[in-house]
Design a protein around this ligand. Structure first.
Ligand SMILES: Cc1cc2nc3c(=O)[nH]c(=O)nc-3n(C[C@H](O)[C@H](O)[C@H](O)COP(=O)(O)O)c2cc1C
Ligand SMILES: [Fe+2]
Ligand SMILES: [Fe+2]
Length: 407
């Protein structure tokens, strides 16, 4: 855990976490950070306390001691969001101290009680404030369904800091650099990609509510955006606001000028057509992402599809249905409510076909509203006439995706 002073009386405590399944699902290629903040006036508050996946609060207590905070002197636990990656230590904290107050929204209060059985609660509503003394005043601003229904922003007025928990977060471990103005160009690019991974893996389902939270964050005078995961923004607080605005468009069909081929092939028949398609896309100067399923993680698959303006689904028929790993991927994309993508499918079959029918069912069931070019199915190995049709389909897809490109 690292401790970094971010303003007078305010510290960031941050730790990198690797080799975990985030939410029990997402295998993160580059890990994630958990950020917590201490605000010290005459009274002391901890915002979104973290203890890491090992669940060892002593690590937190030791680090607090290093910045001259005795855990027993903490008066307020500000719970912006009750998910246990931010609040999991409350139960343990009670063992060392029993006169603290948990500050949270009404919806969080219900969750805190059902998860930890705690009743030392101060419920806050929009605009409520908490004066910690020495000029440190916190105000609270619910942003429901930024991930969970209970979420709120905490704003500290003397430093003009927005503590936004899951909002404006990114995956990816932080190295020596924690602030936007310290980052190298490579790190900026790294965290933008990790921001896409984070948004698409855990936030995209809540896009309409995130849009409201984006608007709400613009109401504050901001010197610093301090999320619960990933870098802090002080040189250009608009950067992450603009990124999130763009990501919210990716959720509804926009994307970078890239085509992702989501594919699987048992004996290489569909693969032959993919090789041909890749040549066409190279000729047209379009960046291609190849996602062979089931070899890619769901985390990578969702992030890659999410950021692409065009999707090619290339998969054969398997037992009268769509090749299962590709069907599972499409279902996952549908559950995440990634809608409106320009798309094209082709694939091989042996005798009956059936892949197309199942793909249509998945798209319908999840109300994905993808804009499909007519699919091309071929028997066994693709013939030249099939490849010609695939080329025409790709050219149509490129046209369709043009209006969706947002870099
Ligand atoms: C396990 C298995 C199940 C299959 N089920 C069907 C089927 O239900 N209907 C059909 O038309 N073809 C079926 N096929 C045939 C494949 O769709 C065909 O071999 C196709 O060329 C495979 O393309 P690929 O080499 O790209 O995987 C099946 C093949 C396998 C290996
Ligand atoms: Fe969360
Ligand atoms: Fe979180």
């Amino acid at each position: 855990m690292e401790k970094i002073k971010i303003a007078d009386g305010i510290h960031l405590l941050t730790m990198n976490v690797e080799d975990i399944l985030f939410e029990g699902v997402w295998k993160l290629a580059n890990g994630v950070t958990l950020n917590s903040y201490i605000v010290k006036g005459e009274k002391t508050a901890i915002i979104d306390g973290v203890i890491g996946w090992d669940g060892v609060p002593e690590t937190l207590y030791k680090n607090l001691a290093d910045i001259d905070v005795d855990p027993k002197d903490i008066d307020y636990l500000i719970v912006n969001h009750m998910e246990p990656d931010h609040s999991g230590w409350i139960e343990n904290f009670e063992k060392i101290k029993n006169d603290f107050t948990i500050v949270c929204t009404e919806k969080a209060a219900k969750l805190v009680t059902s998860f930890y059985g705690n009743e030392r609660l101060k419920i806050v509503k929009e605009g409520d404030t908490l004066d910690l003394g020495n000029g440190k005043v916190l105000s609270f601003h619910p942003v429901p369904n930024v991930h969970w229904p209970d979420t709120m922003y905490t704003y500290e007025s003397s430093s003009k800091t927005l503590f936004c928990c899951d909002m404006y977060g990114s995956f990816g471990k932080m190295g020596e650099h924690h602030f936007d103005d310290e980052m190298t160009d490579e790190e900026v690019e790294f965290f933008e990609n990790e921001g896409i991974r984070y948004y698409s893996n855990v936030m995209t389902t809540f896009t309409p509510m995130l849009r409201r939270a984006i608007e709400k964050s613009k109401e504050f005078e901001l010197n610093l955006i301090a999320p619960g995961h990933g870098p802090l923004y002080r040189k250009n607080t608009n950067k992450i606001i603009n990124d999130y605005t763009r990501f919210s468009k990716y959720a509804e069909g926009a994307g970078k000028n890239e085509i992702t081929i989501l594919w699987g092939s048992m004996y290489g028949m569909t693969k032959k057509a993919i090789t041909y398609a890749e040549k066409i896309l190279e000729r047209e100067g379009i960046k291609v992402n190849s996602l062979e399923m089931p070899l890619n993680t769901d985390s990578e698959m969702i992030a890659t599809v999410f950021r692409s303006a065009g999707i090619i689904i290339a998969a054969p028929t398997y037992e009268y249905k769509l090749f299962p790993p590709v069907a599972a991927a499409m279902d996952e994309i549908g559950r995440k409510k990634i809608t409106g993508k320009a798309a094209f499918r082709f694939g091989s079959y042996g005798w009956s076909g059936g892949a197309e029918k199942e793909l249509n069912e998945i798209v319908e069931r999840n109300r994905m509203k993808w804009d499909f070019v007519e699919s091309i199915e071929f028997e066994g190995s693709p013939k030249q006439e099939d490849l010609d049709k695939i080329e025409a389909g790709i050219m149509e897809l490129i046209q369709k995706m043009k209006e969706k490109i947002v870099e």
